[in-house]
Design a protein around this ligand. Structure first.
Ligand SMILES: CC(C)(COP(=O)(O)OP(=O)(O)OC[C@H]1O[C@@H](n2cnc3c(N)ncnc32)[C@H](O)[C@@H]1OP(=O)(O)O)[C@@H](O)C(=O)NCCC(=O)NCCS
Length: 158
């Protein structure tokens, strides 16, 4: 897989591997107040229903996206870009690449949760076709905050 974001050197989208975990944990710990553990990533790497992709620029991992699928419904569980590389189109590239992978799996609907205050991520998801369809009250900690539930219907965008 390869593609390009809108600024800088070419970006390669590839599968995430166990060897990426130290770098993934750097980005994860810097990106979230309640980061996933390395054990969570390791567990997902063993699951055949999980899609885990990385964005790489100049041989350095700069972001990742993770989803899992149950029958024809998927959930995007994690998307993060290295702070220094944000705003360069890589978040969009990862989400669009993930949606394409999910489409090939036969997914018809994709869901995700996002902090109510995370308007940057919400804009990204909206621009990729997601719409807000619900709210989970007090879903997040540190700080406690509602999640917006967003959905993309892939069957309609095919
Ligand atoms: C959310 C995140 C993944 C976006 O990645 P990114 O590479 O910076 O995003 P992109 O450059 O691809 O931008 C995609 C869209 O997001 C929105 N966006 C990006 N930066 C923005 C900003 N500073 N303000 C408002 N909207 C912004 C825009 O809609 C943008 O589309 P445009 O370039 O056509 O205007 C990144 O900011 C991140 O890792 N944040 C911390 C972790 C996180 O919040 N993950 C999501 C959890 S649900």
């Amino acid at each position: 897989m390869s593609a390009s974001a809108h600024v800088g050197s070419p970006v390669r989208i590839r599968l995430l591997t166990h060897a990426d975990l130290p770098r993934v944990m750097q980005i994860e710990n810097d990106s979230f107040s309640v980061p996933w553990s390395a054990t969570t990533f390791q567990g997902l790497l063993r699951r055949s229903d999980a899609d885990m992709i990385a964005a790489e620029r100049e041989d350095r991992l700069v972001g990742y996206a993770i989803a899992w699928t149950v029958i024809d419904q998927a959930e995007i569980g994690n998307v993060a870009i290295d702070r220094a590389a944000r705003g360069g189109g890589m978040g969009r590239l990862l989400v669009e690449s993930m949606v394409e992978r999910l489409r090939l799996r036969g997914v018809r609907e994709c869901f995700l949760e996002v902090r109510e205050s995370n308007t940057v991520a919400q804009e990204l998801y909206r621009s990729c076709g997601f719409e807000a369809v619900g709210r989970r009250r007090g879903y997040y900690n540190e700080p406690v905050e509602d999640a917006l539930v967003m959905r993309l219907r892939l069957a309609e965008t095919a």
